[in-house]
Design a protein around this ligand. Sequence first.
Ligand code: PMP
Length: 455
Amino acid sequence: MKSIDTKTLQEYDRRYVWHPFTQMKEWEEEAPLVIERGEGSFIIDSDGNRYLDGVAAIWTNVHGHCKKEINEAIKAQVDRLEHSTLLGLTNDKAALLAKRLVEIAPPGLNKVFYSDNGSTAVEIGVKMAFQFQQHRGGRFARKTRFISFTNAYHGDTVGAMSVGGIDIYHEVYSPLLFSTIKSPAPYCYRCRLCAGKDESTCGLLCLKELERLMAAHADELAGLVIEPLVQGAGGMIVQPAGFVRKVRELCDKYDILMIADEVAVGFGRTGAMFACEKEGITPDIMALSKGITAGYLPLAATLTTQRVYDAFLGEYKELKTFFHGHTFTGNPIACAAALASLDLFEKEQLLSNLQPKIDYLKKRLSSLKQLDHVGDIRQEGMLGGIELVRDKETREPYPWEERIGVQVCKEARKHGLFLRPLGNVIVVFPPLSISLSELEQLMDGIEESIREITR
Ligand code: PMP
């Protein structure tokens, strides 16, 4: 193919592409980087400039860009079968991957329902939980509602937005959304319940409030939706240790299905294969996407237990079928990429090799606390959030119009980094395969950019 110069590509983008989560008026005034290639922890633009990928291609990349083994698995699959359908058929890769996912998932999750993005994986979980209660019948059929958390993000489809809780994204659509019950997120730094006390002394009032709401609505609650360990898009908000375990106990106590949205944290990000594993629990339903194909191809899976699955068994005329499915469900190329990624987890002992990087990240993040405008530092495994504040004493945030996060990320480009903020929070979310020296480069660049912009 004849190569087209960068300026022309930028012009095509400006004229024809509508970007996600982007104010296009602003976008049209800038010349975007045109990314042409990837290599390990780096993405490379059409002018040959290299950027260390600090956000792992929007929280998906695991083994680095253009990893030989995954490329080969995809190429081999393309030559065998590009797509079939799971409607009335199966394919070898989808069946093999389902078995592998069940083997590595928290014990008891043994059925895999495929789809192709994170929002849908959650939405499927919500529909499944709802229908499960309908099939139980009697008083359980009144269990039709959901409880989730303020500041939660579960995706952009209507059901996923309904269980979400970030006003800036969801408010405008509120007439379209179904009503859910919201419990306060355990956002310790800005907790409205305990006025920012330390989690060792706050008495976990957020859990008390959750229990109060669950008890009050138990008769009508079908399920609870949670991002276990970390609320991602809400600002990398890390939950106190034991929080998820307690949520599991409360779901059991009030007979509410627990839906764990591991779309962002699944596949090693927290240092364990799945976040729920770190708390020693099995949710009733678990949504996976992003890291499932190591960031290569759209694929998602909603895993559930035998108990939930069995409630859907019956004669066709009983209408207990789960009437849900997408055209590209169980796509064999995506499943082949996912299988190759799981092989690499084993071959490269990825999880056991993460610890020195997690320790290094911890050291570097903690040292940022000394900076005048770094209010809070959060870390869980290989993800971090640096919350910038105008006033450290009072915790006064920078006004959002100032877009301090965006400014820092723009500055970081000068240091050869690609970052994307969440409001005033600088996100650290590199490919898990990043080397220690690349991690050093990433943290040096972040520190210098924060110093420069907040000076
Ligand atoms: N759940 C969580 C926790 C997420 O972080 C995201 C994406 N950031 C989603 C769901 C939605 O995934 P997708 O963008 O693939 O629809």
